[in-house]
Design a protein around this ligand. Sequence first.
Ligand SMILES: [Zn+2]
Length: 405
Amino acid sequence: MARRLKGASSADTRSAILDLIRSSGRVSRIELSEKSGLTEATISKIVRTLIDGGLVVEAGYAESTGGKRPVLLELNAASRYALGVSLDYARISLVLCDINGTVLHSHAIPGARRSKPQAVIDRVAREIGRFLTAHAVVRGDVIGIGVSGAGRLDASGGVLRSSRQTGEWEEFAIEDALGEATGLPVILENDANCAALGEFWSGRVSTAHDFATIYMATGIGCGLVVNGDVYRGASSNAGEIGHVCLDVDGPPCFCGSRGCLEVLATPAAVVRNARERRALWDRLGLREREGEDVRTSFSTIAAAAMSGDSDAAALIRRSADLLAVAVLGLTNIFDLDRIYLAGPGFAIAGPIYLEVVRDVLDRLAFMRKVHPVAVEMGETGPGAAARGAASVVLHSHLTPHHLRG
Ligand SMILES: [Zn+2]
């Protein structure tokens, strides 16, 4: 269903039209008029300012519907760039995207590990400088830097407060520090919201869809896009699907509750469950080490499940069943019509999770007779969060009618 734009301010209208062009890929002025409810004269005026500003270009003609063939418009991909950075313990990814959110170049450097935050930011800033020089990108053509990190944001969005890893990152103002070090605007966003906006922007999802991206890395989070923008909640921390309680008498969770999705279904939970099945554990050659090894062990279990090991498949299915129940609740509460599964946790056993979540939503979604709920794979590669972070910049700067606050 198209959301009408009448009554919006002119800046809002301009950015909403730009957003319609983004989500359409290629679109004529007449179609923009139909989709927005604005007159063709108003659309022509707005499109002229977007073309003059270098953000939109004319790109060929549509099929004729009787009269003159209408001119098609699209985003001017090469006009500006956005940088995305994903700050992770083990690895830091950098990507350079055009304004369609297409990754032009990517680069990875060693992770933050236990370094001091300022030292990490200085290293990232130097790397960004080298990265731009290597690809002959003028700093003035970069709209900004999006930074993705795991954890909570404080109410202003500028500080990453991890509820798990304590330490200096808790109170460190990443946006200010990286902004100062690079001279570019910086936006910090959690990894699940980055993944959701990545799908929204470069997947050309229309603002008519309300969807959630379930992001699984070591933990499980979700980014909700409602009315064409990330749903943030009271303190920019909406989407903690990992702490939905699925068993009130279940094992304790670090959040203080019991039986959370996070304790029952994350890669760490799957590895823990595998440890209790000695035959499987030994057969897969899994080791006892905790921490970073969870990713490796989970990958081994996921690969075994995909190649037909029934014990491994049972563990992954159990995780998928629990995830599906949580996603069902979310879908019912927000009346979503689309779910993406994204992040490295789905890289190997994604097809099993996809099948289980699809099945549960097909059978049980409360609105299933009113509209279907599509479940699709999103990006699962190591650069997904960084690409999403670049999309956050594009979304915030190019279509500011969605801006936070
Ligand atoms: Zn919890």
